[in-house]
Design a protein around this ligand. Structure first.
Ligand code: 16G
Length: 245
């Protein structure tokens, strides 16, 4: 930290002023990812606030994932997460996208089985009466870092045995000539609920992108209805735009 006296940004409770000051110091590169924060006592002395105030500001930043606390060794600026750029103009699979980037991915299964469809699934997938739905839900990770939760629904006629799909749903569909060739995607901002936040290893209420994909065969038949939840701190969705007529 610089030697000169610390001037906190004004306004609001003291701990929030200190929090903002720490955020600014990180943003401006005064302290960098991996750097240790001074001890609570040193920081309190330097900024001329109480240790309770320091503790509150630090705790808040730990909750937000900006700082990391390691037992016994202190508080550090968290490494900046590497962002992933994802094209919005091509119909690709998660496995393809990650392989292209050379990223090693894996999946943790949250659910896979045949169910009675919900009214929404019946309508979107165009199921006939009595037809069941195959649901597959996965947490998709690179190493230990969770990237997205994916919950897919398909007609049981297309995916009779959800246990059969290996690492990639699209590769599996390809085998039976059922790989989709067109999709509609809807993207929405969402604050994560407790369950999904836990799965994605981020604080409750963190920003995420909720993506709904309905994909089609050339015949027009809907093949897949998938809700994906992507970490807002990790993903950039990018589309190329061209001047229209
Ligand atoms: C993508 C799709 C998802 C599809 C999955 C198949 C988005 C938002 N979603 O993640 O709908 O089911 O790819 O991936 O892009 P897989 O072949 O690796 O299982």
């Amino acid at each position: 930290l610089p030697d000169q006296a610390v001037v906190l940004p004004s306004g609001g409770p003291l701990y929030l002023q200190l929090k903002r000051w720490i955020e600014d110091a990180i943003a401006s590169g005064t302290i960098n990812p991996g750097d240790a924060l001074p001890s609570e006592r040193d920081l309190a002395q330097k900024v001329d606030v109480s240790r309770v105030t320091v503790r509150k500001a630090v705790l808040q930043l730990v909750k937000e994932g900006v700082l990391l606390q390691r037992h016994g060794s202190g508080t550090f600026v968290a490494p900046r997460t590497q962002r992933v750029e994802q094209s919005l103009s091509q119909l690709t699979s998660f496995t393809d996208d990650m392989a292209r980037r050379g990223m090693q991915v894996r999946a943790e299964w949250l659910d896979r089985g045949l169910y009675q469809p919900s009214p929404e699934e019946t309508v979107v997938l165009g199921l006939s009466s009595g037809e069941r739905v195959a649901r597959i839900a996965r947490l998709r990770l690179t190493g230990d870092a969770p990237l997205a939760i994916e919950r897919a629904s398909l007609s049981a006629q297309i995916l009779a045995d959800p246990m059969e799909i290996g690492d990639s749903l699209y590769k599996h569909l390809d085998k039976s000539g059922n790989r989709p060739t067109r999709a509609i995607q809807r993207i929405r901002a969402e604050n994560l609920n407790a369950d999904d936040a836990k799965l994605l290893d981020v604080p409750v209420g963190s920003a995420s992108l909720n993506i709904e994909r309905t994909s089609y065969l050339p015949s027009g038949r809907v093949i897949e209805f998938t809700r994906s939840i992507y970490r807002g701190d990790t993903y950039d969705f990018v589309a190329e735009l061209r001047l229209g007529d």
